[in-house]
Design a protein around this ligand. Structure first.
Ligand SMILES: Cc1cc2nc3c(=O)[nH]c(=O)nc-3n(C[C@H](O)[C@H](O)[C@H](O)COP(=O)(O)OP(=O)(O)OC[C@H]3O[C@@H](n4cnc5c(N)ncnc54)[C@H](O)[C@@H]3O)c2cc1C
Length: 476
């Protein structure tokens, strides 16, 4: 029984450990870079209900942030499992901080941070998962996925870019997101796994929903994320005119959901020429945020004292490979989990610290569906909703794509604020570059503003809940 997992982030490694714990004798993890991906960089924490009474509130916060474009069943299921999964992680050696933190969009302080390292949650979790995956005997091999091999709509293995074929009873894609396709981004996700899944016949969904993080420090050309937790601790946003402006945009001020804060920061940048984070209200800043402090010091700023210049940057891909709650895609034997997937947990906007939760829960759960499939061929496809739009597209790739140009075009025309004219221009420029052109086409089709997708020419929500899906095939 061989399970091949592509990607060694939090989603991939937790799936590998759970598979070995669940008796899968041969678990192979393929990764292009053991230390790449977003998981190592995560800074804030994992959103987990405090107790039974908090489950409903956490579900509600997730739906409100997601503008109810979430699948409620998935939301209840993942949040319902969150405490079990956290306890599993703790049993393996993860040490959480005693108290919980408050982050934007959460009605209660429920974000679990690491006891050691403060703002280095990613490192804390990844070092536990890396150690345990070795202990349980999951094999990790460096290599880059090139294609997924399918026979009679059933996965039979993968081929790496050096031509090696690896046979598999099932494949789990945990290759991360695509926010790194933007000029300014907090991560290196290029969506290559998502494109590969499409070419194997999988449906992708919600590509237009790209989340921008509102506070990324930009110093001498270097970008560094200033976690939501910093605003949770009391930091405030101020524009170049010295105005603390957030209350003008939303009564929740600095703790409004990310899409609201990102657009406010963007507007104030354009209007006044600069936006800064004032962290002086935070006591013991250096102790609480050691990674941010060392970045600031390296750029000549005094942590906890000087204003930090911030910009919004592409941060998280809400869209991805369409899956059901257990990670099943539309191709039998192909699963997708973590940021590579679109489970509809986040809706139109991801609530802070809900992505590590999603990646962990999906990694924890996927083994169930794998076993059912392996023993009896059971498979359930992700559901296509009544109002959903399914577009068949020719998955043609140009022989050469200038990625610098792609990043620039996405940032300019498919960024925080979008318009028909800009999107049209981007579609012309992005011809032959599969995922970037589909992100743009989805943004064009969604003629409304909802969650992270903002159209200046259609500034309100139409009121209809629908998703946009693409599959490779002849264009209609
Ligand atoms: C700076 C930063 C801070 C964040 N902070 C938080 C936080 O505090 N809380 C929270 O909930 N979320 C946070 N996030 C988001 C969260 O970290 C990610 O959503 C999550 O880690 C994704 O995990 P993953 O396992 O799905 O993918 P990743 O961790 O991105 O891993 C992808 C893996 O796939 C491999 N890979 C990719 N393509 C290929 C290929 N073609 N072939 C072979 N291997 C491939 C990569 O090498 C990597 O191992 C943060 C993100 C960033 C960038």
């Amino acid at each position: 029984m061989r399970l091949v997992i592509v990607g060694s982030g939090i989603a991939g490694l937790s799936a590998a450990i759970r598979a070995r714990e669940g008796g899968v004798d041969d678990v192979v993890v393929i990764t292009r870079d053991r230390h790449g991906g977003s998981s190592w960089r995560a800074q804030g924490g994992i959103a987990v209900p405090i107790d039974d009474s908090d489950v409903k509130a956490h579900v509600n916060d997730t739906l409100v942030a997601g503008r109810y474009l979430n699948d409620e069943g998935v939301v209840w299921s993942y949040i319902g499992l969150a405490r079990d999964v956290l306890n599993w992680l703790i049993r393996h050696g993860f040490e959480p901080c005693r108290g919980r933190s408050l982050e934007g969009g959460h009605s209660r302080a429920r974000v679990v941070r690491a006891r050691i390292g403060g703002d280095r949650i990613g490192e804390a979790v990844m070092s536990v998962l890396t150690r345990v995956s070795e202990e349980v005997g999951a094999q990790v091999i460096e290599g880059r996925l090139d294609s997924i091999e399918v026979n009679n709509n059933r996965v039979v293995g993968i081929t790496l870019d050096d031509g090696d074929f690896i046979k598999a009873d099932a494949v789990v894609l945990a290759t991360g997101g695509y926010a790194g396709l933007y000029l300014y981004s907090t991560n290196d996700g290029d969506g290559s796994g998502i494109e590969t899944a499409m070419r194997a016949g999988a449906l992708v969904r919600d590509l237009e929903f790209v989340q921008f993080h509102p506070t990324v420090a930009m110093l001498n050309g270097d970008l560094f994320l200033i976690s939501e937790a910093v605003r949770g601790e009391g930091a405030r946003l101020v524009n170049k005119d010295g105005e603390y402006f957030m209350r003008r945009y939303d009564e929740r001020a600095e703790l409004a959901p990310r899409d609201v804060v990102s657009r406010a920061v963007y507007n104030e940048l354009v209007r006044t020429g600069g936006v800064y984070l004032d962290v002086s209200p935070i006591k013991d800043f250096e102790e609480k945020f050691p990674a941010i402090s060392s970045f600031l010091r390296a750029h000549g700023l005094r942590p906890g004292k000087d204003l930090i210049p911030v910009v919004p940057a592409a941060h998280y891909a809400i869209g991805g490979i369409a899956v059901d709650a257990l990670g099943r895609t539309s191709v039998r034997g192909l699963f997708a989990i973590g940021e590579a997937s679109s489970s509809l947990f986040h809706g139109a906007n991801r609530l802070a610290s809900n992505s590590l939760l999603e990646a962990l829960v999906q990694g924890y759960l996927v083994i169930r569906a794998f076993k059912a499939y392996y023993s009896g061929g059971a498979w359930r496809y992700p559901v296509i909703g009544r109002y959903d739009v399914v577009v068949h597209t020719r998955c043609r790739l140009a022989s050469y794509v200038d990625m610098g140009r792609v990043r620039d075009v996405l940032w300019r025309y498919v960024g925080i604020v979008r318009s028909e004219d800009g999107l049209r221009r981007a579609i012309d420029e992005l011809e032959g570059s599969l995922l970037p052109s589909l992100i743009t086409k989805a943004a064009m089709i969604r003629r409304e503003s909802v969650g992270v997708h903002y159209r200046v020419d259609y500034p309100s929500w139409s009121g209809t809940k629908f998703h946009i899906l693409f599959r490779c095939g002849d264009e209609a």
